[in-house]
Design a protein around this ligand. Structure first.
Ligand SMILES: [Zn+2]
Length: 281
């Protein structure tokens, strides 16, 4: 857990899941807060995130789910119970479809953390509302705008929601960038996704240039826009190794050597290196 002052009266609090290094970000003014993602792999984690939100002393205005990966939404049930008046928001209705689809996939592979998180038990669509196009404004004396941009094609996932907060010059980059954590290029990511990913990074770098822009990512601590360049380099390295025919354990070892300080080598990197799609392309 850590707290960063983004501006007078505007605070950013970080909850981290120890295994996935996934973040749930709480953006707060003096009275209200908005939670971005749940950094959870089930109800117990979700209950811990609810405690973290409650400890801020702010009233929770909304929860934004940035995409359909399990660590983004599997903590939602305890949060709904503890904060029934907070809206649960997605930037596009298709992200609701992604969430339902992922819950079904997890169930099919026997990977649901608990049976109540099945899409046939929990009506995910019914709990979601779509963000207004201009974004969400956190009410209070010191307003904060969260302006969404959704990636138009698959990259780290089918769709990712980035959020620009102009008042505090802060970009939530979702999983388009990982900060000192190995990026997910496991199941669902193929070569075209990696190429799109690089293209979207270029667009975001052009839109938010300069290290004075603060960037917060789905994984890893608060940083600046250099993380977008670092993610570009990481993906280029991965593509080059794939082009050279490096696969499996050799790929894992090569990326570990290239990025020795990165977390997530036991999970994200392993899943990336063993992604079956590389052998067929
Ligand atoms: Zn993700």
């Amino acid at each position: 857990m850590s707290t960063t002052l983004l501006a007078p009266h505007i605070e950013l609090r970080r909850f981290t899941h120890p295994y996935f290094n996934a973040n749930a970000w709480l953006v707060c003014n003096d009275e209200h807060a908005v939670l971005i993602d749940t950094a959870s792999n089930g109800n117990d984690d979700g209950a811990r995130v609810a405690d973290f939100v409650a400890a801020s002393g702010r009233s929770l205005h909304a929860i934004i789910l940035s995409h359909g990966h399990p660590d983004i939404f599997f903590g939602i049930k305890p949060l709904r119970t503890r904060f029934p008046s907070a809206k649960v928001l997605v930037a596009k209705s298709e992200i609701g479809d992604d969430i339902v689809g992922m819950a079904q996939t997890m169930e099919k592979f026997g990977m649901l953390p608990s049976p109540d998180l099945s899409a046939s038990v929990t009506d995910y669509r019914a709990m979601l509302e779509v963000l207004p196009e201009g974004g969400l404004v956190l009410p209070g004396e010191h307003k904060i705008t969260l302006r969404p941009w959704v990636t138009p094609g698959p990259s780290e996932f089918t769709r990712l929601t980035l959020l620009w907060m102009p008042e505090v010059q802060t970009l939530f980059a979702s999983d388009l960038a990982y900060n000192h954590v190995h990026a997910w290029a496991g199941m669902g990511v193929d070569r075209q996704s990696l190429k799109n990913w690089l293209e979207y990074l270029d667009g975001v770098i052009a839109a938010h240039p300069g290290p004075e822009v603060r960037v917060i990512t789905g994984h890893g601590p608060v940083t600046d826009s250099n993380v977008l360049l670092a993610q570009r380099a990481y993906l280029s390295d991965l593509l080059r190794l794939l082009d050279d025919g490096v696969r499996g354990e050799a790929l894992e070892a090569a990326m570990k050597r290239r990025y020795p300080g990165h977390a997530g080598d036991g999970f994200q990197l392993h899943m990336t290196a063993t992604n079956p799609v590389w052998s067929s392309t």
